[in-house]
Design a protein around this ligand. Structure first.
Ligand SMILES: Nc1ncnc2c1ncn2[C@@H]1O[C@H](COP(=O)(O)OP(=O)(O)OP(=O)(O)O)[C@@H](O)[C@H]1O
Ligand SMILES: *[C@@H]1O[C@H](CO)[C@@H](O)[C@H](O)[C@H]1NC(C)=O
Ligand SMILES: *[C@@H]1O[C@H](CO)[C@@H](O)[C@H](O)[C@H]1NC(C)=O
Ligand SMILES: *[C@@H]1O[C@H](CO)[C@@H](O)[C@H](O)[C@H]1NC(C)=O
Length: 374
């Protein structure tokens, strides 16, 4: 079923020698060619008698843990730099909630009590981020989906580049997998998180007439709500898909995070939505195993996907699961979800499913899990 040869997943270098060449790839990607019949076929959701869902309309979840985030109405904000300075107490360190490589993130409260996150680009990165992000910001600001962190506004005045998003209160997925908050995510919560991320990405990939490629899908970019539902964050690397019908990819400098990057992208520098699917496959393994994609401190296999695939081939798939996860999960469910992860992380793009197929398969797995089939 899986045709995976070894050695493909080693993404040790993010340097791509071919980025400057302007060659055109003619390979077909149905996702980018806007095949609406494929989309329509999804309307026939199979969801055991409940209201059928689509990747755009989330079906009611059977899990008792999965309180969906409120469909809150977040209005776009138009904050001046002075107002931002006031809200963050002049970017006071007491307001900092996160530091990334490119930005510092502050928490602030609006007068009405609404919490927001204010992401301020580091001075040395403003020029790059600005060039990358400016064109997309208007588009991204229009995107509203419960599994995508809502972009509320931005400012690029006064030698600043600042993005304002909704505040998501419960830490990153990676922090939860590391057990930072004491409580270990159970299987059901992990499955719901995987489905949420898949919904968010499906929506991005099919947004309007353009597809939006996230480009940096990883566990530290998945934020959790109070109900442990997931929202995909950090569209800083997002790129809109090609506009012309005959163009099936966009060429960019290689961006992304080691371990999650599509090996075909590294080879060719051609980015498609299937690059996100690869990252999602790696993320799914991470959700199940709690291992990061690459762990140089391990004495055994350091590349998680290769480690997991070997276990899977040997029939030892249970050893892949996070040992801290204690509930009983049927063999069938474990096998199916791992097979899906490997399919997403297939070395070759054409072997990877589209995100909407991933969503459907995850729904099926959830059905198997909740009906307790073995
Ligand atoms: N909307 C938000 N709500 C709550 N916390 C957030 C939000 N956005 C970011 N954070 C926190 O800030 C941290 C850093 O943010 P982020 O990852 O976006 O920065 P970055 O510079 O883009 O990082 P990276 O190097 O991973 O791209 C996150 O790990 C998270 O803990
Ligand atoms: C945002 O505010 C600025 C200055 O306060 C104003 O010039 C601009 O028109 C506003 N934009 C919108 C979309 O309201
Ligand atoms: C904010 O802090 C900077 C230095 O970090 C300072 O130069 C500036 O005057 C401060 N602005 C306000 C309004 O306090
Ligand atoms: C996550 O949310 C729960 C409530 O659902 C809360 O008890 C817990 O403290 C939160 N954790 C963090 C890190 O905010």
């Amino acid at each position: 079923m899986l045709s995976v040869s070894e050695g493909f997943w080693l993404c040790c270098s993010l340097v791509c020698p071919c980025c400057s060449s302007k060659s055109k790839d003619t390979s077909e990607d149905p996702v980018l060619s806007g095949d609406s019949t494929l989309l329509n076929s999804l309307e026939v959701g199979s969801n055991s008698g409940r209201t059928p869902g689509t990747p755009y309309r989330v079906p009611p979840s059977p899990s008792r843990f999965s309180l969906s985030p409120q469909p809150n109405k977040l209005e776009p904000l138009n904050l001046s730099l002075n107002e931002i300075i006031k809200l963050t107490r002049n970017f006071s360190s007491t307001q900092v909630i996160g530091k990334g490589d490119f930005a510092t993130v502050y928490k602030a409260e609006l007068h009405g009590g609404q919490l927001i996150a204010i992401k301020r680009a580091k001075k040395e990165h403003i020029a790059t981020i600005h060039a990358e992000f400016k064109n997309e910001v208007e588009l991204l600001a229009r995107i509203e989906h419960r599994n995508l962190v809502r972009l509320l506004g931005y400012t690029d005045k006064g030698n600043e580049f600042i993005i304002i998003t909704e505040y998501v209160p419960n830490g990153t997925l990676r922090e939860h997998l590391d057990g930072k908050y004491g409580k270990i995510l159970d299987f059901s919560q992990r499955l719901e998180i995987a489905i949420d991320v898949a919904h968010g990405l499906t929506y991005l990939h099919h947004y309007a007439e353009k597809s939006i490629i996230h480009r940096d899908v990883k566990s530290s970019n998945i934020l959790l709500t109070e109900g442990f539902r997931a929202k995909v964050a950090d569209f800083g690397f997002a790129r809109t898909g090609p506009m012309e019908a005959d163009q099936t990819h966009i060429q960019t400098k290689v961006k992304g995070t080691v371990g999650y990057v599509d090996p075909e992208y590294l080879k060719t520098c051609k980015l498609t939505v299937r690059s996100d699917v690869f990252s999602f496959g790696i993320l799914l393994l991470e959700i199940l195993s709690a291992r990061g994609p690459v762990d140089i401190k391990r004495s055994d296999e350091r590349i998680t996907v290769r480690w997991a695939f070997n276990k899977y081939k040997e029939g030892n798939e249970r050893q892949i699961l996070d040992p801290q996860m204690h509930e009983v999960v049927a063999d069938l469910v474990v096998k199916k979800i791992l097979a899906l992860a490997f399919k997403c992380a297939a070395p070759t793009r054409k072997d990877r499913p589209a995100m909407r197929e991933v969503v459907e398969q995850l729904w099926g797995i959830r059905k198997d899990y909740t009906s307790g089939s073995s």
